[in-house]
Design a protein around this ligand. Structure first.
Ligand code: WTA
Length: 639
């Protein structure tokens, strides 16, 4: 049975651990790291500066994360479910992969990758639906030291191409299609479109899922199943894990920022392993035998850290769900909870709010008695949704971990430890051990004391933090480490209340959070501007009942679109969907004749934001605008 000597058991232990992590971070993390499988121990726990930035954890340590997720569990957990897979269609049979079965399949597919020429350090793009083969593909890459770059199934061909080119991937793993609710997403055909612009890709491995007819390009495309057969013919040779340096890259995951194209956040092997495991085991107070259900997609960081690496490195049972919470009806998550006796449910506020909208009908009469702990992630959770989750899903007896963290942080940063540290609706509460948050004003001056607001920064490294942005270290430095000297800047605004609890108030940069998905306003504007009739556009967020934030676009067209306004809007939405993907579709499009600009030509987003938020009386000083009259026009036309 797995045991976790570093699992915090009460509030006093939390305080002790926290204090030690600040006074002696190297001692603290060194002790945690002792409980993993290293081929060679590290020479030094930490070396760092935030100036370059240059961050090294467990330097000199040799290991492979899959030996920690698989091999080391075989003796004791070989027959324990590692992955429970629930398909999109409740009529289809679920699958369970024990640790031994998962291990065998990962080794098998790792050999497939090798047979297809993949070597340590190669970048592999993975574009698949939520099926066990996705987990197998990810782990197989890690096994042989190839760097995975998983792209969410909702991104368009153009977005995939951008990501493949940026990382110079040489192989793609995909499926014929993916089932999501009543939709059937043609993954392979999207990949075919993307690859027209990606000469670096020499091979595509296609896994069968939907049996959608697809075209296979000779010499480039091969079937997953055929490749597996070949390995079987070879007698299923074992696949020993590649020895990785703790600081070797484990994966790249693209995420949106306030400027330009998405950047490839880089995580490395040792630190990411220790940090996702530590936070998983602590935040959710995982106990052997429990069933952990994270509803995120593996295409996002939450899936990387808390469907795969965190739970599996802890020998936990992790549930992988292919579908969506509202199909075939809004009781699906509760049915799954009952079917597999789920103990921990980790989901997003947007899902909770959308399910709230269906009332209690789909919840009543469902057996949720197995639930012990709940979690929330991705965006601020409003108090109403928090209480609904607590009362109707947790039946008042389950603690809620409102976990604040980011793609860049690799794992939880500020969160209640379920049942151990206090919780407060809408608050991420207290930092985990090892996390040193600080609030600063615009000038970077620390804001001390309680009952204050500021920009959230972190002043000391933690093992799960990003190391660079792929191929562009300067961008990493500028984005995260240059705003305030010697601090990692999160991009979030934050309040620390009278009791010292943290509450995230949302992004302070031009990044939107739509249904828990990060989208840069600049990205959406660029996509809108690709439409032939569009001259210029400005995108802001506005409060949306279910999505948290909606996308509001102000668009200038070259001819007055009043006659075909609806048609033009549809075309624009279509364009955004094609350029980025359906997740970035604007909710509202307002045609305008001009945008509020300063004399130097800068768009005054503050004003546009206020109008989108319907705070029309509170626009502030508009006298410095090039053309103040345009504001009145925009106000009148507000949607
Ligand atoms: C927001 C998701 C409030 C925040 C793990 C952050 C949250 C961004 C919370 C990162 C939370 C995430 N409360 N806001 N519990 N969790 N956020 O990279 O603005 O997709 O900066 O990582 O989501 O989004 P990302």
């Amino acid at each position: 049975m797995a045991s976790y000597p570093y699992q915090i058991k009460n509030f006093e232990e939390y305080q002790q651990a926290y204090n030690q992590s600040v006074v002696d971070p190297e001692g603290f993390w060194g002790n945690v790291a002792e409980h993993f499988l290293w081929r060679k121990k590290w020479d030094k726990v930490l070396e760092w500066n935030f100036k370059d930035p240059d961050i090294k954890w467990f330097q000199g340590g040799k290991m492979n994360i899959t030996e920690n997720c698989l091999d080391r569990h075989l003796a004791t957990l070989g027959n324990t479910p590692a992955i429970i897979w629930e398909p999109n269609d409740p009529e289809e049979r679920h699958r369970i992969l024990t640790y031994r079965e998962l291990y065998n399949k990962v080794c098998q597919f790792a050999n497939v990758l090798k047979n297809n020429g993949v070597k340590k350090g190669d970048r592999i793009c993975i574009y698949m639906g939520m099926i066990p083969e996705l987990a197998i593909a990810v782990l197989a890459c890690a096994r042989i030291g190839a760097i995975h770059s998983v792209v969410f199934g909702g991104f368009s061909a153009q977005s995939i191409a951008d990501r493949i080119q940026d990382a110079q991937c040489n192989l793609v793993i995909t499926c014929d299609g993916a089932f999501r609710g009543n939709k059937d997403i043609p993954l392979k055909s999207v990949i075919d479109d993307a690859l027209m612009a990606c000469p670096s890709v020499k091979k595509v491995i296609v896994c069968t899922r939907t049996r959608t007819p697809i075209s296979m390009l000779k010499g480039r495309d091969v079937w997953w199943e055929d490749e597996i057969k070949q390995v079987e013919t070879m007698g299923n040779p074992p696949c020993s894990a590649e020895e990785m340096d703790a600081e070797d890259m484990l994966f790249i995951l693209y995420t949106s920022g306030s400027t330009g194209k998405p950047k490839g956040v880089v995580h490395t092997c040792g630190g990411f392993m220790v940090y996702t495991n530590y936070t998983f085991v602590n935040t959710f107070q995982y106990k052997p035998g429990e069933v952990f259900f994270c509803t995120a997609d593996i295409g996002w960081i939450t899936g990387h850290s808390y469907i795969l690496y965190g739970p599996l490195s802890a020998g936990a049972t992790t549930l992988l769900f292919e579908g969506v919470p509202t199909w075939p009806d809004a009781g699906r998550l509760w049915d799954i909870t009952d079917k597999f006796r789920v103990t921990t449910l980790y989901t997003a506020p947007t899902a909770i709010r959308s399910l709230m909208g269906f009332g209690l009908g789909p919840v009543n009469h469902k057996d949720l008695s197995s639930l012990k702990k709940l979690g929330s992630v991705g965006e601020p959770i409003n108090e109403e949704a928090w209480h609904w989750f607590k009362d109707h899903i947790g039946k008042g007896k389950c603690p809620i971990a409102d976990t604040w963290w980011q793609t860049e942080t690799g794992g939880h940063m500020i969160t209640p430890i379920a049942g151990i540290t206090p919780e407060k609706p809408g608050y991420a509460t207290l930092p985990l051990p090892g996390v040193q948050p600080i609030l600063v004003d615009e000038n970077g001056k620390e804001i001390q004391g309680n009952g204050v607001n500021g920009n959230l920064c972190i002043k000391f490294p933690w093992p799960g933090m990003l190391r660079t942005t792929y191929g562009d270290h300067e961008r990493c430095r500028k984005t995260y480490f240059a705003t305030y000297e010697n601090l990692y800047f999160t991009g979030d605004g934050c309040m620390r209340d009278e009791d010292g609890y943290y509450r995230i108030t949302g992004r302070v940069d031009d990044v939107l959070n739509v249904s828990g998905h990060r989208i840069g306003t600049a990205e959406v504007e660029n996509a809108i501007n690709m439409h032939a009739g569009v001259v210029e556009s400005a995108v802001v967020g506005y409060p949306h009942d279910i999505k948290g934030q909606g996308i509001y676009a102000y668009v200038i067209c070259d001819t007055n679109p009043s006659k075909d306004a609806e048609l033009t809007k549809k075309d624009i939405i279509q364009t955004v969907s094609r350029i980025i993907g359906p997740i970035a579709k604007p909710d509202k499009i307002q045609f305008v004749s001009g945008l509020p600009k300063t004399r130097s030509g800068k768009i005054m987003r503050r004003i546009l934001r206020k109008i989108a938020e319907n705070e029309l009386d509170n626009l502030g000083d508009t006298s410095t605008l090039l053309d103040p009259a345009v504001v009145d026009e925009i106000k009148r036309g507000r949607l």
